[in-house]
Design a protein around this ligand. Structure first.
Ligand SMILES: [Ca+2]
Ligand SMILES: [Ca+2]
Length: 107
């Protein structure tokens, strides 16, 4: 399950060296919004499972299977509509993640 929460953090992975600074925070938010828009193929402001799988494939990110995408969606889907909205994706930045989800490229 190590990919469970990788999805959005990797979207925001262009963090600066100081993850706590406001600038770095803003940069992360902007990077994530940019990726969000790229993944949101039908531009409805939500990422569905299909869009996420397609985005992952087109980004050349390997090793993430459907079950893991499902799990990631569940982890971030606050209102339970089965898709990740913009504000839900922002929670990924606002919510601190365990160490091993950041900065490491293990696996
Ligand atoms: Ca969409
Ligand atoms: Ca949702």
């Amino acid at each position: 399950m190590k990919y469970l929460l990788t999805l959005l953090p990797l979207m925001a992975a262009c963090a600066g060296p100081d993850p706590n600074s406001e600038v770095a925070q803003n940069r992360k938010v902007m990077a994530l919004q940019e990726k969000f828009d790229r993944f949101d193929y039908n531009a409805d402001g939500k990422l569905t499972k299909e869009e996420i799988s397609q985005g992952i494939r087109e980004s050349g990110i390997g090793g993430i299977d459907e079950a893991e995408i499902d799990a990631a969606i569940k982890a971030y889907d606050v209102n339970g509509d089965g898709a990740i909205s913009r504000w839900e994706s922002q929670r990924a930045i606002d919510t601190p993640l365990p160490e091993h989800f950041r900065g490491s490229d293990e696996g």
